[in-house]
Design a protein around this ligand. Structure first.
Ligand code: FEO
Length: 385
């Protein structure tokens, strides 16, 4: 696949993976992208996952023939991109490895060597001339690890964005939901905590004339780049992407679920533009995390359990807090047969987040939903619709 006349795609699709990064389901598989820039010098942009060396090498060699790559640019040391550095150097011992100082430290941790014979350290603003193409490196710490660099090619106006602008899903599967759905789940799962750092990268990118974005996962982006940049700006500033209410619940015997469903129906009846209802025990937690960041209003419904809250809700709230959840309005529904304390516990956990406001109404259920609870749900819906 040609990205431009002189930039070729040499990435691979993974349909065998069970969990990406050991935790995310990827029903459409995963793509590990890699690119080669063919000029007076040849530069390979990142390697790919450990399982795909032969396929990747074949694609590279199809594109460069007998030429030997002059440079391997390592933008990110997470193994889904770096696992084949040693194999690559075995094949091409003369190739220089271009990476940040921290990337070489991590390289030594993974491979037992930082390849001193091949090593070129680059920092912010460093340039690499390939002929017509001149690469400029920019540091992008914590997008998604501390050693990350991204690369701008001023010749074809391409930003190689490392994990930034990535997406779950292999490239040979059509994603019927469009780019944003799986890109959002990927973003909030993987770099959501580091909004400040993503904002810093977007500021650097704003000074560049970018026509194409080449990420390390997901499709190459070449049209309507404003759409993607705007979404990244909203996500990384923890802004509200869509009007509506996200309800997440856990339910042991169906009573808390019934309250969550009643609230959802009331919101719809009152004209709420969108209600997303999620069962934390049965759905994909990463999908619910994504929804919590998408909408401005969130309702959490759970039971008191072992003097704490139900485990799936505890994990969910901990995940939100860990990912820098902020700028949201939250409503709470608790259930407890003899001493409901779930609302108090959820509130205490969420108070660690910035700029969170709670609704005036908290719904407190004792075992089953009563007429009084229905009235409370009605009040809650009025506050959130
Ligand atoms: Fe795609 Fe952070 O590795």
């Amino acid at each position: 696949m040609n990205i431009t006349d002189s930039i070729k795609y040499i990435g691979v699709n993974d349909h065998e993976i069970d969990l990406f990064e050991g935790q995310y389901i990827v029903p459409n598989g995963m793509a590990y992208n890699s690119y080669v820039i063919i000029d007076e010098k040849v530069a390979v942009m990142d390697t790919i996952d450990a399982d795909f060396f032969d396929e990747w090498l074949e694609k590279l060699q199809k594109n460069i023939g007998n030429r030997k790559p002059d440079y391997l640019v390592v933008q990110h040391m997470e193994p889904d991109h770096s696992a084949n550095i040693a194999n690559f150097i075995k094949e091409y011992p003369e190739t220089k490895i271009v990476a940040s100082a921290m990337a070489f430290t991590i390289m030594k941790n993974f491979f037992g060597t930082d390849f001193p014979e091949n090593k070129i350290v680059v920092g912010e603003g460093a340039k690499l001339n390939l002929g017509k193409h001149e690469l400029t490196f920019m540091t992008a710490p914590m997008v998604h690890w501390p050693e990350v660099i991204v690369t701008y090619d001023s010749c074809d106006k391409v930003l190689f964005s490392a994990d930034g602008f990535g997406k779950f899903g292999a490239l040979d599967v059509e994603d019927e939901d469009g780019w944003a759905c799986e890109a959002r789940r990927y973003y909030f799962g993987i770099v959501g905590k580091f909004g400040v750092q993503v904002q810093a990268l977007l500021k650097k990118a704003a000074n560049l004339d970018i026509q194409i974005i080449c990420p390390l996962h997901g499709p190459v982006l070449s049209e309507n780049l404003k759409y993607y940049l705007n979404l990244y700006n909203t996500w990384s500033s923890y802004g509200v992407e869509a009007e509506g209410v996200m309800i997440a619940y856990t339910s042991v015997y169906g009573n808390t679920k019934k309250a969550a469903e009643m609230l959802a129906q009331k919101l719809v009846d009152k004209g709420c533009p969108k209600v997303a209802l999620n069962d934390l025990a049965r759905g994909d937690m990463a999908e619910v995390v994504e929804d919590a960041f998408k909408y401005g209003k969130v309702v959490l419904a759970t039971t008191t359990y072992n003097t704490e809250i139900f485990p799936f809700m505890r994990v969910f709230i901990d995940t939100l807090v860990e990912h820098n959840f902020q700028n949201r309005t939250i409503g709470l529904i608790e259930n407890g047969s003899w001493a409901p304390t779930a609302a108090k516990i959820m509130k205490a956990k969420l108070e660690k987040c910035k700029n969170i406001s709670f609704t005036n109404t908290t719904v407190s259920i004792k075992s089953s939903v009563t007429q009084q609870n229905e009235e409370q749900l009605d009040l809650l819906a009025d506050e959130l619709k």
